[in-house]
Ligand binder design. Sequence first.
Ligand code: NAI
Ligand code: MN
Ligand code: ZN
Length: 336
Amino acid sequence: MKSVVIEQPGELVLAERPLPQPAAGEVRVKVQFASICGSDVHIWHGHNPFAKYPRVIGHEFFGLIDAVGADVAASRIGERVAVDPVVSCGHCYPCSIGRPNVCKELQVIGVHRDGGFSEYAVAPAKNAFRLPDSIPDKLASMVEPFTIAANITAFLKPQPNDVALIYGAGPMGLTAIQVLKGVYGVEQVLVVDRLPERLALAQENGADQVFNNSEIPLAAQLEGVQPTLIIDAACHPTILAEAAALASPAARIGLLGFSGETCSITQQSLTSKELSLFTSRLNSNRFPQVIEWIEQGQIQPEKLVTHYFPLAEVEQAMTLFEKDPRTCCKVILQMG
Ligand code: NAI
Ligand code: MN
Ligand code: ZN
């Protein structure tokens, strides 16, 4: 089978690899579509601290179950599935309280173990979620990115009367907009980015007001509006201090970033307004919820997708995705 392998940082190859056999409790998926994420590019360039090489990348993928290991019902063969990349031990403290995404032995498919930019991939059977026919193959790999928004909003508990502010109108910011509007009915969703093209996408995805902070700081444009719910989906280390300064008293702030740089903030700026901070990593069992949201038309994954490429053109696809955020949002690889 053909697989996209990062042999070592900087070296991406489309390699011929042996067909994997599903172990006990696993399924094998004949991958049909897989979407590119910033973290795939980071692994390619050696900027992901968790990745081990060589690695088949890809953690957003969809396909058909074509083989099952011991202890998995053969009736699952042929199922259309989206695969949750979070593989957890099931018994550590975070697993015991329903947070497998921060399992002490967390293994992310496509990061710690081989992933879905491949003609076939194996995964635990319980990670393979059956999709209703109403979700088309071409969009099915988009379940995973929406689970990030599902996870952070589960912490933030959005209310219709919130004034929400989202930093960044990349895939993470756009999925958050859709979930705030379509699922939680938040009346005011404000979005800030530095690229006008991204802000136009934010509007198409439901933002009520957009701000470009490339020249004029956001604070000068908000005219005293104090957001009550803020999501940092741009993830620059300076954003938290700005968000705390702009926030309404009693606001909640959600962080998604993984930067290793120091971010400087005073206790006073948080405590004087009694701000709540939440962080969110990947997703904890959010696939069923997102599948239902898509099925019910509450979110529209097609609004993020800008390009499709065949597997053979993976390097061009990843380069375009990385270098051209003005024309690219989600880029999807077609395997077959
Ligand atoms: P992206 O790079 O496509 O989008 C980021 C957007 O933020 C861009 O449009 C950029 O122009 C904008 N931006 C950058 N600095 C800004 C600033 N100071 N003010 C306003 N806008 C600014 O990335 P994507 O895929 O949307 O991911 C965003 C972040 O989320 C990344 O840092 C990524 O590491 C993180 N992430 C976290 C996950 C988690 O589970 N916690 C999962 C996936 C991504
Ligand atoms: Mn992703
Ligand atoms: Zn665990």
